[in-house]
Design a protein around this ligand. Structure first.
Ligand code: ZN
Ligand code: ZN
Length: 393
């Protein structure tokens, strides 16, 4: 027995604390079973050196109770050391900043502001952790004394949780104003004012004051940036609208231009037509004038012809009259001629008679008419006619 105690490296008193094995060999339990699939997991959680030798009892590696307790004890001691170190460092920091972060966190909570870290709560947590660790250490110490490894192992999750929580407060080690300002940004940006009167530290009051100013400035800048962005967006939209409008206007202008061109074209066409019309009109006018002139000339001509005709008619009438007169004269002359002929006949007869008479009477040669009786007759009748009437036909 003493040899075993020496092998385990424990005192006699500690050795006495080890439980007796349930195998009936009056042996101290040196090993423990935590393998749930082990056939003796429930029947023999702790077992002796003899039971260890029987392979079928525990078909797994063998964990020594004293060694595991020692290991666990060290782990708890490590947590205790960690806590002590944390407290040693964080207590002065908490003392320095707690009232400040307390006010800021309270403000955030009152105004439903979400924080990156609740520094005040974290300082509070440190105290809680301290208490929990201390309680855990007490429990652990008692279990270690009794070598109650099974209960001791049950403390592991809580210990690890406390360790984790303690490490989560590590950031507080470097806590400064800059970190506080950054963490409580929303608080400083909030329009409601922070009650400075609850602060005793003048430096903290200044800090809150200047943080607030910086937050407002940044907020203003942000507002300006947002405004500018909104303005830019709006202007872009407006520009788009203006662009669309200008396009419409341009199209409309182009339409108007086209219309104007059409109108101009129509006006030009109309103008050309008008010119043509005027030209035609002028041509017509000159033509009409020339026609009028011609007509006038013709009229005059006709008039003159009429006049001439008149005159001609007159002349004709006169000539007719003359002609009539001449005819009358002719008739008269013919009548006269007839009379003359009758006279000539009578004269001829008379001449014949005379001839006859003369023939009866012997006439000297010198009294004979030259050319005979015939030529005497014709020349006589001719000259007589002319001389008697004075006509030279
Ligand atoms: Zn045994
Ligand atoms: Zn076992």
């Amino acid at each position: 027995m003493a040899l075993m105690r020496l092998t385990l490296g424990i005192t006699e008193a500690q050795f006495e604390n080890l439980k007796e094995c349930n195998c009936g060999q009056k042996m101290k339990c040196v090993y423990y079973c935590t393998k749930q699939t082990c056939p003796n997991y429930r029947l023999q959680t702790l077992y002796c050196e003899n039971c260890k030798e029987i392979k079928e009892n525990h078909d797994h590696g063998h964990d020594q109770i004293t060694k595991s307790c020692e290991r666990e004890s060290k782990e708890h001691s490590a947590l205790a050391s960690l806590l002590q170190d944390a407290l040693k460092i964080l207590n002065p920091i908490q003392e320095r900043f707690y009232s400040l972060v307390f006010i800021l966190s309270a403000f955030a909570k009152a105004n439903n502001l979400e924080l990156k870290k609740d520094m005040s709560a974290d300082f509070d947590k440190l105290g809680k952790i301290e208490n929990q660790v201390n309680t855990l250490l007490k429990t652990e110490k008692a279990l270690v004394v009794k070598y109650d490894i099974i209960e001791l192992l049950k403390l592991i999750p809580e210990r690890e949780q406390l360790k984790k929580e303690l490490l989560s407060l590590e950031y507080l080690v470097d806590l400064n104003y800059e970190m506080i300002e950054e963490n409580y940004e929303k608080v400083f940006k909030h329009q409601a004012s922070i009650r400075l009167s609850s602060l005793n530290n003048e430096e903290d009051k200044d800090f809150i004051y200047y943080s607030k100013i910086r937050a407002i400035q940044s907020q203003t800048s942000q507002v300006v940036i947002d405004l500018k962005a909104a303005f830019d967006e709006e202007r872009k939209k407006n520009n788009d609208e203006v662009y669309k409008l200008s396009q419409k206007l341009l199209n409309s202008n182009m339409g108007q231009l086209t219309l104007q061109q059409k109108v101009t074209q129509t006006v030009n066409e109309l103008s050309s037509l008008k010119q043509l019309f005027e030209q035609r009109e002028n041509e017509h006018r000159s033509e009409r004038q020339s026609m009028e002139r011609e007509l006038k000339t013709q009229n005059e001509l006709v008039q003159s012809v009429i006049e001439q005709n008149k005159r001609f008619q007159e002349q004709l009438r006169i000539q007719g009259a003359e002609c009539q007169r001449l005819q009358n004269q002719m008739q008269s002359l013919q009548n006269q001629q007839i009379e003359v002929k009758q006279d000539q006949q009578e004269m001829k007869c008379a001449l014949e008679d005379i001839k006859k008479t003369l023939n009866g009477i012997q006439m000297p040669q010198s009294m004979q008419i030259q050319g005979g009786a015939q030529s005497l007759d014709s020349s006589l009748s001719h000259s007589t006619y002319n001389d008697q009437y004075g006509y030279n036909l």
